[in-house]
Design a protein around this ligand. Structure first.
Ligand code: ARG
Length: 566
């Protein structure tokens, strides 16, 4: 709301100066450092400079204009070169609260994205390997960005670009042929397959010829050898089940699962186009595109004719452009693929396409345990699904201790346990490395998912079933800072969502929710919500209920669930 008023003042003043003096200004409207000076402050230096008139004259003219711009303004106080404005806090609060109850879950919806499409490529596991912790990050960040972009009015397309093609399938098949036990695999496919993969990697460390065998096996799949293709299909199906288990726990969905295999027969036109445009060069039997002095060349085709990651990504980009005509295509992939995406953009540019600029590598850092990288590569780490289940079990234990008679324990434990992991990830800016420590992320206090959920539960327990009268809000209460601080935060929800889209950062929403919850808990410590006075009680409950609407909707944007009890 304060943001809306600022916007109204900016637009109104700019229009005034344009009409009257024919000048177009870009004014900055601020909030004074000290709340005692007012809620909004308009510096007049720029206007003085442009109009070449004395400050006092400019200021008094602007004061008159400002008074007529917004019904929410109570006082306009010129102080030297600044015009400080005090808003009518009661009127503002009433408008904000009515808006929340009117819109409910759609409170905070924005239309900045209307008419625009965002494609998000996220999760994208390499499915003969086990689902890694890095893919978990990609899944959570991508899912949240998708929900945030939707809230901001964008059309979104979520793509799980499965790594279902590549030498890892060759490795799997070689391992299967050497050590595979059909019975064991049928009993527990995911586990057995990942054991085979781990064993291959361990043994290949001192037998490099095994890698060669794996490449050959994969070549056979590429060439369509029926036996190998059948094995590939089977491994793909079984591995997908593992990802699906994780998606089900997280509640994550996709609009498309077109992965690398899907593009296998769609690369020829890309290679031909590169050829026609004179970009392809031969280099020791391989086909490459040179990318200048600062970048290594992009390898388009291997010397044995095998295709490559970047070639498939080129085919995928063209296909996505054709199908979705995207404004942005976001690739939520770890820091280590920075070079790959720079190369992809550069090749597009060399091909003469301007939409390389619409491609955005949404990079992120590592998970650490005790300060070192967490890895699933050699199987030295517990399986991800087990980690998630462990979080749920620990959450269940906590809930049982705190609230033994609660119903639906399993459902609540899932929401709290998963929420803890998701929030721990998203509260940090995605480019940072983060520590994976279940115990601390499950705490009900501090900067955790359970803390936010618990704040919502606390409010629910007070306001559930109460009759609220929105036409009887005590406006004068909002002159108290702890009341008005909450109004300001609630009213900043929409701009927060918009900022998260600009920065491609769910952490913007996560941090905002923490401030809102902290501010509410401060309020709660000071103020008896269920006050004796009926009108005050009504006002407090309306305010608390509005906080909960925003917390719940904010949690949803992060890919978390709210609970009513915990
Ligand atoms: N499967 C890849 C990996 O795990 C990530 C794919 C990212 N998306 C893409 N279009 N390249 O490393």
């Amino acid at each position: 709301m304060i943001d809306d008023i600022k916007q109204t003042l900016k637009k109104g003043l700019e229009a005034y100066y344009n009409e009257k003096y024919g000048i177009s200004l870009n004014l900055t409207i601020e909030e004074p450092k000290k709340a005692s000076m007012g809620d909004i402050s308009v510096p007049m230096f720029l206007v003085v400079k442009e109009l070449k008139k004395p400050m006092p004259e400019v200021v008094s003219e602007a004061v008159e204009v400002i008074k007529g711009l917004s019904p929410f303004i109570k006082e306009v106080n010129p102080t030297g070169p600044f015009i400080n404005i005090i808003v009518d806090k009661g009127v503002v609060a009433e408008a904000v609260l009515k808006n929340v109850y009117d819109k409910k879950d759609s409170y905070g919806d924005s239309n900045v994205g209307n008419g625009h499409t965002i494609v998000l490529d996220y999760s994208s596991p390499n499915i003969a390997k086990s689902f890694s912790i890095g893919h978990l990050r990609s899944t959570m960040i991508g899912n949240s960005l998708k929900l945030i972009f939707q809230k901001a009015g964008y059309k979104t397309v979520g793509i799980d670009y499965l790594g279902d093609w590549g030498t890892q399938f060759g490795k799997m098949i070689v391992a299967y042929e050497m050590w595979g036990d059909d019975e064991a695999i049928k009993r527990d496919p995911i586990n057995e397959l990942s054991k085979l993969y781990v064993r291959f990697n361990t043994e290949a460390e001192d037998k490099p010829e095994m890698d060669e065998q794996a490449r050959e096996a994969f070549r056979k799949i590429e060439l369509g050898d029926p036996k190998y293709v059948a094995l590939w299909k089977w491994i793909r199906e079984e591995s997908l089940k593992e990802s699906q288990q994780i998606y089900d726990l997280l509640g994550v969905t996709f609009d498309s699962y077109n992965g690398e295999a899907y593009y296998n027969d769609k690369m020829d036109p890309v290679v031909e186009e590169l050829e026609e445009k004179g970009l392809l060069k031969e280099d020791q039997g391989a086909q490459i595109v040179e990318l200048g002095d600062d970048l290594p060349p992009a390898l388009i085709k291997r010397s044995d004719g095998g295709s490559l990651y970047i070639t498939r990504d080129l085919a995928a980009v063209f296909d996505r452009m054709k199908c979705y005509n995207f404004d942005k295509c976001l690739y939520v992939v770890g820091n280590e693929q920075k070079l790959h995406f720079t190369q992809l953009k550069t090749v597009l540019k060399k091909m003469g396409y301007d939409y390389g600029d619409r491609i955005e590598h949404i990079n992120f850092g590592l998970y650490l345990t005790g300060g070192t990288k967490m890895s699933t590569r050699k199987g030295n780490v517990v399986k991800l699904y087990d980690v998630l289940m462990d979080a749920i079990a620990q959450a269940r234990k906590q809930i049982e201790e705190k609230n033994p008679n609660i119903e639906n324990k399993d459902d609540i434990a899932r929401k709290v346990g998963i929420g803890a992991i998701v929030f721990n990830d998203l509260k940090n800016h995605r480019t940072n490395d983060i520590e994976f420590n279940l115990e601390s992320m499950l705490k009900f206090e501090g900067q955790t998912g359970p803390y936010l959920q618990y704040t919502g539960v606390r409010i629910f327990s007070i306001v559930d079933g109460q009759e609220l009268d929105l036409d009887n809000i005590c406006k004068d209460r909002f002159n108290e800072p702890h009341y008005f601080e909450l109004i300001k935060l609630i009213s900043a929800f929409k701009t927060t969502v918009e900022r998260a889209t600009v920065e491609f950062a769910p952490s913007v929403v996560a941090k905002y929710l923490l401030s809102l919850a902290q501010s509410f808990n401060g309020f709660y410590a000071k103020e008896k919500i269920n006050a004796e006075d009926k009108a005050v009680r009504n006002t407090n409950m309306i305010l608390a209920g509005a906080v909960r609407v925003v917390i719940n909707e904010g949690l949803r944007l992060l890919g978390m669930d709210y609970v009513n009890k915990m």
